[in-house]
Design a protein around this ligand. Structure first.
Ligand SMILES: [Zn+2]
Length: 137
């Protein structure tokens, strides 16, 4: 099995933006999202996916693909302008970006490969982050 995924997005699916509504369907794949543009929430009838939401989700998809096709050397190049030696450097690096700074679990993250949950509603934002188990690495 090829294990080249540098990052992994866990949890896709759709959830309702209405704070009073708890509808969500995690079985919806990213590739099916186009069918949900401007679709109404089955529970509260609000639009669950605007075209902007959709565009953000697709953008994220592309970002992940691009990163996952990079070699470890290329990833290294990416972070070269920042000095990341320790776990603390790594955390600070993540926290310096709006994308990660409010993610759950960020305070216990260690240097290395991470997987994370991403919300694409209103903005692309990491909601939760954890280290990937690298067995045999
Ligand atoms: Zn709803």
């Amino acid at each position: 099995m090829e294990n080249k995924d540098n990052i992994e997005i866990i949890g896709s699916g759709l959830k309702c933006d209405n704070p009073k509504c708890d509808w969500n369907d995690e079985s919806i794949a990213n590739s099916e999202l186009d069918k949900w543009i401007n679709a109404k929430c089955p529970k509260c009838n609000e639009v669950v996916l605007t075209f902007e939401d959709y565009e953000r989700a697709m953008m994220l998809d592309i970002m992940v693909k691009v990163i996952n096709e990079m070699t470890p050397e290329e990833i290294e190049q990416l972070s070269k302008h920042k000095k990341i030696d320790t776990d603390e450097d790594f955390r600070n690096h993540l926290k310096s970006s709006d994308f990660y700074k409010d993610a759950e679990g960020i305070d216990s993250i260690e240097k290395g490969d991470v997987s994370f949950y991403v919300s694409t509603h209103n903005e692309i934002k990491c909601t939760s982050i954890k280290n990937v188990d690298n067995n045999g690495k």
